[in-house]
Design a protein around this ligand. Structure first.
Ligand code: AHR
Length: 542
């Protein structure tokens, strides 16, 4: 007995000396019920700043491999992470976009002013055909968002006919005249974007009526049933979800497939923000007006931040789990069988634009901190895949939490890109429930759960575990019991760096990249993992 206590004390002393904590985890393959849809790993690209123009779609003189004006280096990078879907054309832009302006000979397309994003002139050279060609090159599914805010029922209904009808019709003829014989069969279709704000400042009751009307005239053409996605809430606006679900729940009118929640992580202003629950400022910032103000007020630098700001930012990032649980429970009142998907159509960190860039272009750098947010958020989505069936990170190239940044012909992959690369093993795999009590990441007198994780088993029986240690100072030893899994080897990959502020630059593109992980061992039937501080780890068990 004396010996046992002596050993225990020695273990505690050793852990403290090495600045680490220890946790027991169970990954339970016998309790697996749900599949992680690959569509959780989707992306969002808006006509905003340099995402489309000078992002995907470049000047013909740009010395990079191209298909038409689409950059193929970007396409190849996104194919490597198996991008499953792409949401377009917005965002706020969607509710002022008129699709007919973006078809036909490019030199005859009308221009418009992109009033949301810097009043720049939109030349409409990237329209329906160009977007769907991009999706074909990427081998991903399009998710098109229609204009409910300033368009008409006729306009949206004709767009669907143009996209999806193969019979004889005016829209089929027009599509053929524009060079596309067969319809594309677009399935994911959003009926408006943020209609509580930039998409028309509507009440949820008014939006429901609008949705029903629009939905009625968006037809399911042969072989092309639509998955209709309603504008969802921002953050913790449960009233919006309640009213929309009450008006459009399964069995009711509207043929609702999903409801599109938006949540951005903002660095706290001053100090390290408010503890969980003290969200008055946060809620106000998430409202439509808050959103508009946010775009001009300071958010916090993407690269130059203290541990205090990091702590507050991670707390804000972790809030998404409570929002998902909250919206799920409201949805479950109307839809206990979870037929309606919670789509997280816009998520990611929103920082100050890089100094010297157009503030309305939302170009921000991307640090290890952002990768930790991505890994954490994707673990949360995986663990809630019974309800979260689709999500899009905002926004793929050169805008907000981008996975790719470009500068002329140069292109870099951000730390966030590498998280999507690590996590692609979860696409369409069976989710395995993970149980553990996280050690705390303590900053001053406040704490956050330091560790988060998710696990899955693919169709070949291979188990993957992804874990994130958000503590920037301490490693964590994780002792994992695997129920119902036969395995004999473990390999791993890790994303980490010396500092949470570390970034990839055009000069040093491989500063923060995936490396081989040698901190995992099989010990009897257990898996022992030493998670480095501020790291994302992916383990493969065969
Ligand atoms: O992603 C940038 C903007 O954020 C989108 O246009 C809008 O939907 C949201 O407010």
């Amino acid at each position: 007995m004396k010996k046992f206590f002596f050993t225990l004390i020695m273990v505690i002393v050793t852990l403290k000396a090495y600045n680490q904590s220890s946790v027991a985890m169970v990954v339970d393959a016998t309790a697996s019920q749900y599949t992680i849809s690959r569509h959780i790993y989707g992306h969002f690209s808006e006509h905003l700043g340099r995402c489309i123009y000078d992002g995907y779609w470049v000047d013909p003189s740009m010395p990079v491999p191209k298909y038409d004006r689409i950059r193929l280096d970007i396409v190849e990078a996104l194919k490597k992470i198996k991008i499953p879907n792409l949401r377009w054309p917005g965002g706020c832009f969607a509710d002022e976009y008129h699709w007919r302006d973006g078809i036909g000979p490019r030199d005859q397309r009308p221009t418009m002013v992109n009033t949301n994003w810097g009043n720049v002139t939109e030349d409409n050279s990237f329209g329906t055909h160009e977007f769907l060609t991009l999706c074909e090159l990427l081998n991903c599914e399009p998710f098109i968002v229609g204009n409910l805010g300033s368009g008409t029922v006729e306009e949206m209904s004709k767009w669907v006919e143009y996209l999806n009808f193969d019979g004889i019709s005016p829209m089929t003829n027009l599509r053929k005249q524009n060079g596309r014989d067969k319809p594309w069969g677009v399935s994911f279709f959003g009926i408006g974007n943020e209609n509580w704000g930039c998409g028309g400042n509507m009440t949820p009751e008014y939006y429901v009526t609008q949705f029903r009307q629009y939905s009625t005239f968006l037809k399911n053409y042969p072989g092309a049933p639509l998955r209709r996605i309603a504008c969802g809430p921002s953050g913790g606006n449960y009233t919006w979800t309640d009213v929309v679900m009450a008006g459009l729940a399964p069995g009711g009118r509207g043929n609702l497939w999903g409801i599109d929640l938006h949540y951005y992580t903002r660095p706290p202003r001053g100090g390290f923000g408010q503890p969980q629950g003290g969200q008055a400022g946060q809620a106000q910032r998430e409202g439509a007006q808050g959103q508009q103000q946010q775009q001009v007020q300071s958010q916090g630098s993407a690269t130059n931040f203290t541990e205090a700001t990091y702590f507050g930012t991670m707390r804000n990032a972790l809030r998404i789990e409570n929002y998902i649980k909250g919206h799920d429970s409201v949805m479950t009142k109307y839809d206990p069988q979870k037929r309606v998907a919670l789509v997280v159509g816009e998520w990611g960190i929103w920082c100050d634009p890089e100094p010297g860039t157009n503030p309305r272009f939302l170009f921000q750098q991307n640090s290890l901190r952002d990768a930790l947010i991505a890994g954490t958020t994707l673990n949360i989505f995986n663990n809630h895949c019974d309800r979260v069936k689709m999500a899009q990170l905002a926004q793929t190239v050169n805008v907000l939490q981008a996975v790719i940044l470009t500068q002329g012909p140069k292109m870099i992959l951000t730390p966030t890109y590498h998280v999507f690369d690590l996590y692609k093993v979860h696409h369409d795999a069976k989710m395995l429930p993970v149980k553990f009590t996280s050690p705390d990441y303590v900053y001053e007198n406040q704490s956050l759960p330091a560790l988060n994780a998710s696990a899955s088993q693919d169709s070949a029986g291979v188990v993957h575990i992804t874990m994130v240690n958000i503590d920037p100072n301490k490693q964590i030893t994780v002792n994992i019991t695997l129920n119902g899994v036969k395995w004999s080897t473990v390999t791993g990959q890790v994303l980490t760096s010396a500092k949470i502020t570390d970034i990839n630059t055009f000069e040093k593109p491989d500063n923060v990249v995936i490396r081989k992980f040698d901190g995992a061992r099989k010990q009897g039937e257990m898996l022992n993992v030493v998670m480095p501080s501020k790291s994302v780890v992916m383990l493969e068990l065969k």
